[in-house]
Write a protein that binds this ligand. Structure first.
Ligand SMILES: Cc1cc2nc3c(=O)[nH]c(=O)nc-3n(C[C@H](O)[C@H](O)[C@H](O)COP(=O)(O)O)c2cc1C
Length: 358
């Protein structure tokens, strides 16, 4: 598959991005991906929330919304895979086309709007994967249905249905394509959601609750970020994921689709999302583990996220342009950079650029 991508890529480029994505996912699910990844370099290992991640490079949410290819995705070499966003009930999402490539910018704009099959279908697949001995650290990213006006009830429902399969749960309040969703990042709303999810967890996984993470937008004002950090510290949120896609359009975009509505991901998101990450590190004084995501397509970029404060790094858009060989390449480059700078582990490099802490 890694090899084949080079030949298939020009064909995939001709297709509607969503159709190409469906074909890729289908091929993976049918076992056409690589098998038997080599064990990770021990320098890449990191322990967080009582779990041992073999490497810190993860697949970001949105690639496998319905948990249809989890095992094969771990086969690409990811240290963690996050499925979703999953809503309680199935929903169609926005009309197509709703995913656009900006190849000149190494970027994508999407306005899928949480298209997905709902918690029941995802739960069935995850149960099957676990029953077949599926290992690997699995994140489950939860959302709300577009027509639901009880957000907390939706996140609680997702938790009750899926927490049993999850190594960590994500409250996604940062996708730009569900009206009103990002307002849930406000202090009171976020506190309510965390309490609702925690109450649902007490039912679903008593005694053994997985960590709760919140995924934030890159477009927040300084005051909003301070509120999120305060809620994280006060409510004991276990981690923050920074960031989702941006509604901003940084100057200099060249792709002809740059005017499309939706969230922008990929290279132009690297700097804004890394800024938010560093700011969250500062605001939480390094006490809340952070996941860095946005525009990572090389070991150097993964390393920059780690030095800015990320304990784990995720990617999506880089995979669209570079294919599955990107994952082993990033891991090898990251290991070399850690050694070059005299670090013995990923953990030692976390927040190395943030001199105000430690
Ligand atoms: C097509 C597409 C769909 C996405 N869907 C989701 C989603 O359902 N939930 C979510 O939390 N993030 C979603 N994301 C955002 C990614 O998880 C990630 O935060 C963002 O793309 C930045 O990373 P990247 O630059 O490496 O792509 C999606 C991104 C893309 C490109």
């Amino acid at each position: 598959m890694m090899y084949a991508f080079r030949f298939v890529r020009p064909l995939l480029d001709l297709l509607d991005p969503e159709v190409a994505h469906g074909l890729t996912l289908g091929a993976l699910a049918r076992g056409l991906g690589p098998r038997g990844v080599s064990p990770d370099d021990p320098i890449l290992g990191i322990r967080l929330w009582g779990r041992d991640f073999p490497n810190p490079i993860g697949l970001a949410a949105g690639f496998d919304k319905n948990a249809s290819a989890v095992g094969p995705l771990f086969g690409l070499g990811f240290g963690l895979v996050e499925v979703g966003t999953i809503t309680p009930r199935p929903q169609a999402g926005n009309p197509r086309p709703r995913v656009f490539r900006l190849p000149e910018d190494h970027a994508v704009i999407n306005r899928l709007g949480f298209a997905g099959e709902g918690v029941e279908a995802a739960g069935r697949r995850l149960a099957q994967w676990r029953a077949q001995g599926g290992g690997g650290i699995l994140g489950v990213n939860l959302g709300k249905n577009r027509d639901s006006d009880e957000a907390a009830a939706d996140y609680a429902e997702g938790t009750r249905a899926l927490a049993v399969h999850a190594d960590y749960l994500v409250i996604n309040v940062s996708s730009p394509n569900t009206p009103g969703l990002r307002a849930l990042q406000g202090r009171g709303e976020l506190e309510g959601l965390v309490l609702a999810v925690r109450a649902a967890l007490a039912e679903a996984r008593p005694g053994d609750p997985p960590p709760i993470l919140v995924k934030v937008a890159p477009d927040l004002e300084a005051g909003d970020l301070a509120d999120i950090a305060a809620v994280a510290l006060e409510q004991g949120i276990d981690g923050l994921i920074a960031t989702n896609t941006t509604i901003g359009r940084p100057p200099g975009l060249k792709g002809r689709h740059r005017g499309e509505t939706g969230g922008l991901s990929g290279r132009p998101l690297f700097t804004p999302s890394t800024r938010v990450l560093a700011e969250l590190r500062r605001l939480t004084a390094g006490r809340v583990p952070l996941v860095g995501v946005g525009g990572v397509a090389s070991g150097a970029e993964a390393y920059a996220k780690i030095r800015a404060g990320a304990s784990l790094v995720q990617l999506y858009t880089g995979l669209i342009y570079q294919g599955p060989a990107l994952v082993p390449r990033i891991k090898a480059e990251l290991a070399a950079l850690l050694r070059r700078d005299g670090f013995n582990s990923v953990g030692d490099a976390v927040g190395a650029d943030n001199t105000e802490i430690d």
